[in-house]
Design a protein. Sequence first.
Length: 390
Amino acid sequence: MSATLAHGGLPQGVRRVDLLSLVEDLGKRGLGLSSTATRVLRHYVWRSRDDDYRAGRICAVWDRVCRTADDLDLCSRAINDAERELEAKGLIARTTGGNGARSGLRSGGSIRWAAGINLAPLIERYAHLKATWEARRLEQQAVDTCKAEIRRTRRLIRDAGEPELIARADAILPDGRLAPIHRIERLEAIQSALEAVLADLASDPRATKTSDRPEEDDRPNIQNQDSSRSCSERPEPTITPRAALELASEEYRAIASAHGDPAWPCLIEASRQTASWLGIGQRTWGKACSVLGRERAALCVLVIDRNARLRTGHRYLARHPGKCFSGMVRSVKRAGFNLDGLLRAFQREEAATPGVHSAPSLPEAEQGQSMAFLTAQILARIGIPMGDPE
């Protein structure tokens, strides 16, 4: 196969981080990709350069499979399986040289030829992926609207207090749960059936009770002296999003920048995407948000992501990001920890370490090592080893 697959480039103003965000937003339901394939694709995109996405360029990486496996803490078989999956989905092309090895040549900032993983198919499919994402977004809006109408209709039927009609409504949606239902056709059928019950209710002169309260407010509003205290048990972090981003990896900052100016919603969305790419399941992420709060959960992912990018063999390498993250949640349940305070102490230590970020006299590699040491201290202080099951 030819090793010079050029491409037409990304649209004006679209960056590679936008391309990655699009793939992540589509997720498994949109693309049918496994989490491992998504991780491998993300790795290859970050191994390329921004200039490789300009029209007429070659966008490729030619790392050996064993090196990629080592970087991602996976086996070579998993990498090969992921590459075949990505190729079958039309997102990459695998090219080979004359001897079957992966190699390439970059000269003057441009790739002249490459035999390895070519990302031209992914770049060429950007418009199609964007259209698919937009269609799914509109479909989700329709689903959310239909669910809201179903809740409203069920509330009106319940408020009427007619046992026979309530029983009919319960038979249409036996457990009352809408979350597992995603197909708009199914939701529209439920809504039509409930509207038929509501029409019978309207023709009954005894049914005069209505309410405009949302379904979620049907429970009694009971407050006591402890209510204010419970709301303040998990205060908002006092560290600013901009300060937190100074501790993040370059890739994390690029993802966050795609979601707008530094703010908590930006960091939360960036951490949600990064958590998925680190192999942290959505259930684990949701549990952490519940226990820690979304802001603190986002900060934890930011820290773990920074240490997960250290070189193989580094003493602070986060070999098992998911286990580190779960360990944080368990630590909170047992005794709790002041992540905000730790981050502030972290910043003070960083300020006391000249040239961690910007001193021209400190080589970039040493800056990364100093930064890695400081980020590791956050997890070390709460007793969460970076590579152990806890």
